[in-house]
Design a protein around this ligand. Structure first.
Ligand SMILES: Cc1cc2nc3c(=O)[nH]c(=O)nc-3n(C[C@H](O)[C@H](O)[C@H](O)COP(=O)(O)OP(=O)(O)OC[C@H]3O[C@@H](n4cnc5c(N)ncnc54)[C@H](O)[C@@H]3O)c2cc1C
Length: 300
């Protein structure tokens, strides 16, 4: 494994018989927006540094457009409303408004280790359905505090006649045009298809994160890794990517197998400790098997 120290650019080589890859999910930006990402259009994962860099160019009454309806979008709207009392803030969401997470006690059992065993045992089509159902507990929604705060802020805004918080519901952003003075967003009402336009100084893409189906760091191992009928990596319950006999390196995928281990294994802290324990036990068992194999071969 080769690593680069970002502080001084030096590279280092590491030799290991086992690797645990935990490089996380990657910010998702709609393909048609990717060419616009920069000073005025950016993903929420870059929010603070981009906002700091833009500060000089914002003026006294900046205009912000926030695309998305998840927790990040909600928190950023509230933050901007507090930090920039004169700002015009446009929230653009595709459905009827901010939804709340499914936070019932029983729904949240999706994050217990036993549910991972259940999910792992399902056939792939059933797993997809189960995951789609579980997504309501953690994605594209907000918690009760943020929902209440947003609604109160929008209500106060209307009541006081300030009209600086614009909650655009059932609206899809179809195009962006970036100029030196700002960004023009072209919109389309989801059901009536009425076209619209919004001008903003900054557009914050709160469009979530995606799980890489094949982490780039694994490229050199590609010929040795096995895939299932759907072309996805075969990964054991112990998070070990199955590889051919010609490659004895143990490769563990931690936090990158939501499609295989379920919602608790990726974008949640819930199973950090149990995942580490599972990997550790699997590693111990594998090493013990390898040592037994070696001593048996030696005996022969
Ligand atoms: C805004 C936000 C709020 C959240 N709030 C909660 C919450 O309240 N509760 C909860 O349970 N979960 C929450 N989550 C989810 C939680 O953050 C993730 O589940 C958790 O961080 C996943 O941990 P991880 O270690 O698998 O991946 P990550 O935390 O994504 O860490 C991956 C790391 O790998 C590094 N990396 C990537 N590629 C390389 C490379 N090639 N070389 C070296 N390093 C690399 C990255 O820089 C990063 O440091 C939140 C997520 C977000 C985005």
């Amino acid at each position: 494994m080769i690593s680069r120290d970002p502080r001084d650019g030096t590279t280092h080589e590491h030799l290991s018989r086992n690797v645990v890859l935990a490089t996380g999910h990657v910010p998702y930006v709609l393909e048609s927006f990717q060419k616009h990402v920069g000073e005025r259009v950016f993903h929420a994962s870059e929010f603070l540094p981009r906002m700091t860099a833009l500060r000089e160019n914002l003026g006294r009454a900046p205009r912000f457009a926030i695309i998305g309806a998840g927790q990040t979008a909600g928190e950023i709207i509230l933050y901007l409303a507090g930090e920039h009392p004169n700002a015009q803030i446009h929230s653009l969401v595709r459905h009827g408004g901010f939804k709340m997470y499914e936070l019932g006690h029983f729904s949240n059992e999706a994050y217990l280790p036993a549910e991972t065993d259940y999910f792992y045992g399902l056939e792939s089509e059933a797993r997809e359905r189960a995951l789609a159902r579980a997504r309501a507990t953690n994605y594209s929604a907000v918690d009760p505090d943020v929902s209440t705060a947003l609604y109160q802020a929008a209500y106060q805004d209307r009541l006081s006649g300030t009209n600086r918080l614009h909650m655009h519901r059932r609206v899809e952003v179809t195009d962006l045009a970036v100029a030196e003075s700002g960004v023009r967003l072209t919109t389309c009402e989801v059901y009536t298809e009425e076209a619209g336009a919004i001008e903003a100084d900054a557009v914050i893409l709160c469009t979530g994160y995606t799980e890489p189906q094949f982490p780039t760091a694994l490229e050199p191992f590609a010929p040795h890794l096995s895939h299932d009928a759907d072309g996805l990596l075969n990964v054991t319950r112990g998070y070990r990517a199955e590889n051919s006999d010609r490659c004895t390196v143990g490769i563990y995928l931690d936090g990158m197998t939501e499609w295989r281990h379920g919602i608790a294994s990726a974008t949640s802290f819930s199973q950090m400790a149990t995942k580490a324990d599972t990997v550790h036990r699997d590693l111990q068992a594998t090493i013990a098997r390898q040592q037994q194999g070696a001593s048996a071969a030696f005996a022969v």
